[in-house]
Design a protein around this ligand. Structure first.
Ligand code: NAP
Ligand code: G4F
Length: 361
C-alpha cells in the first residue's frame, strides 16, 4: 500500500506557497493551506490550482487560520493529519519589520513555536510522524561573519525579521534534538519570480520597467543600490524544501546559487533588456533605507548539492529576463528579438499579479 502524502502549508498564498503547492500537487500530494481572512481576496497566486472542494477528486483545500492564533493551528493540524508541514507563513518584508517589530516577531518567531508545540502534542497523542520544514533566511547571517555563508557560519541578524527567524531556526533545532522530531531548517537565500511580492526590490524594478515602457510611470524611487544579494529562482528553491523532507535524516541546509550581484547590476541588466538606461529613471528616496542594512549575501550550497542532489537551474541573467518579460507581458507588451517591444491587444492582460496599490516599500 502506498503511504498517504498530505502536506499542510502555512503561507500558501505567498510566492513560495503557490509554487510549492503546484509542485506537490504534481507529485500526487493532497495539499492543505492556511489562509488569513481578509476583506478582499488574497488567493490570486493559487486561484489557477484551486478546485471546488466538493469535487470528488479535489486535492487542494484551504483553511482559515493565522500563525498568531495557536488554537486554530492545533485544530487544523488535528483535522488535516498531515504527513509533512511547510512553515512558510511570515511577515516577510525586512523594511516593514522595523515598523512593525512586535507583530513580525509574533508571526515569525512565536508562530513557529506554536506550530512546533502543536506538532509535538499531536505526535505524542497519535504516534504519527510529521515532517516539518522551517523557512529560514539568509537574512539571519546579516552582518556576515564569513564569505560565502554556509550552514556553520554564525548568525548576526540585523532586523526584527531576521532576529525572529534566528529564534525560529534554533527552536526547530531544539525540537529536533529534544523530542526527536523530523524538523529541517532551510536557510534560503533570496529567490524571486514573476510571483514575487511587488515591494521586494527585484519585482519593484521589473514591474516599474514594464510600467515605464507602457507610459504608466516616469520615475522609480529606490533606497540603497550598493547591497549585494545571491538571487535564485523561486521554483528551484521550493524543490529544495521538498527534498529536505524526503531525506532519511532531518538536517539544516543552505540553498543558494553561489553568485552575488548588486542592486545596480540588477538594474543594469533589467533596463538594458528594454534598451533603456536606468540612470534616467531611478531616483533616491531615503524612505527605502533600513536602520541597519545587510550589505553582502552569498551562499555556499555545497551541502544541499552533496546530500540532496539539489542544484539551481536558472541563472541570474535568465531570472532577470524572465521577470522583465513576465511584467511586460502582463501589460500586453511583447519584447521582440531585435530589441523592440510591441503592444499586443489580443494578449490576455494580468496573467500575473500586478498589484494596484501605490504603497511601495
Ligand atoms: P511572501 O510572498 O511574503 O508570503 C508570505 C505568506 O505568509 C503569505 O501567504 C502571507 O499571507 C502569509 N502570512 C503572513 N502573515 C501571516 C500570519 N500571521 N499567519 C499566517 N500566514 C501569514 O513570502 P515568500 O517570499 O513566499 O517566502 C516564504 C517564506 O520564506 C517566508 O517565511 C519568508 O520569510 C521566507 N524566506 C523567503 C525568501 C525569499 O527570498 N523569498 C528567502 C528566505 C526565506 P497573505 O497572502 O495573507 O499576506
Ligand atoms: O528585495 P528586498 O526587500 O529583500 P531582502 O531585504 O534581501 O529580504 C528578502 O530576502 C530575504 C532572504 O535573504 C528573505 F528572508 C526576506 O523575507 C525577503 O524575501 O531588498 C534587497 C535589497 C536590500 O539591501 C534593500 O535595502 O535591496 C535594497 N533596496 C534598495 N532599494 C530596496 C529598495 N529594497 C526594497 N524592498 N525596495 C527598494 O526600493
Amino acid at each position: 500500500m502506498t503511504q498517504r502524502q498530505c502536506a499542510l502549508i502555512t503561507g500558501i498564498t505567498g510566492q513560495d506557497g503557490s509554487y510549492l503547492s503546484e509542485f506537490l500537487l504534481e507529485k500526487g500530494y493532497e495539499v492543505h493551506g492556511i489562509i488569513r481572512r481578509t476583506s478582499t481576496f488574497n488567493t490570486d497566486r493559487i486561484d489557477h490550482i484551486y478546485e471546488d472542494p466538493h469535487k470528488e477528486d479535489a486535492r487542494l483545500f484551504l483553511h482559515y487560520g493565522d500563525l498568531t492564533d495557536g488554537t486554530t493551528l492545533r485544530r487544523i493540524l488535528e483535522e488535516v493529519q498531515p504527513t509533512e508541514i511547510y512553515n512558510l507563513g511570515a511577515q516577510s518584508h525586512v523594511r516593514v519589520s522595523f515598523d512593525a517589530p512586535e507583530y513580525t516577531v509574533d508571526a515569525v518567531g512565536m508562530g513557529t513555536l506554536r506550530l512546533l508545540e502543536a506538532i509535538r502534542d499531536y505526535q505524542r497523542r497519535t504516534g504519527a510522524q510529521v515532517r516539518f520544514y522551517q523557512a529560514g533566511s539568509s537574512e539571519m547571517f546579516g552582518l556576515v561573519q564569513e564569505v560565502p555563508q554556509r550552514e556553520s557560519t554564525p548568525f548576526y541578524p540585523r532586523s526584527p525579521y531576521a532576529c525572529a527567524k534566528v529564534y525560529a531556526h534554533w527552536q526547530t533545532v531544539n525540537y529536533r534534538e529534544s523530542y526527536g522530531m523530523f524538523a529541517c531548517n532551510g536557510i534560503l537565500f533570496n529567490h524571486e519570480s514573476p510571483r514575487r511580492g511587488e515591494t521586494f526590490v527585484t519585482r519593484k524594478i521589473t514591474r516599474a520597467i514594464a510600467r515605464i515602457v507602457a507610459g504608466q510611470q516616469k520615475k522609480l524611487y529606490m533606497g540603497n543600490l550598493d547591497s549585494k544579494r545571491d538571487w535564485g529562482y523561486a521554483k528551484d528553491y521550493v524543490r529544495a524544501m521538498w527534498m529536505m523532507l524526503q531525506h532519511s535524516e532531518p538536517d539544516d541546509y543552505v540553498v543558494a546559487t553561489g553568485e552575488t550581484h548588486s542592486i545596480r547590476e540588477f538594474l543594469d541588466l533589467a533596463f538594458s533588456y528594454v534598451n533603456l538606461d536606468w540612470q534616467n529613471y531611478v531616483e533616491f528616496d531615503e524612505r527605502y533605507l533600513r536602520p541597519a542594512e545587510v550589505d553582502l549575501l552569498i551562499g555556499d550550497p555545497a551541502k544541499a548539492k552533496q546530500k540532496l542532489g539539489w542544484e539551481p537551474s536558472v541563472t541570474f541573467e535568465q531570472l532577470v529576463q524572465l521577470m522583465v518579460e513576465a511584467d511586460l507581458k502582463a501589460l500586453g507588451l511583447i519584447p521582440l528579438s531585435n530589441g523592440s517591444i510591441v503592444a499586443n491587444a489580443s494578449l490576455e492582460h494580468a496573467t500575473i499579479r500586478q498589484g494596484v496599490g501605490s504603497i511601495s516599500l
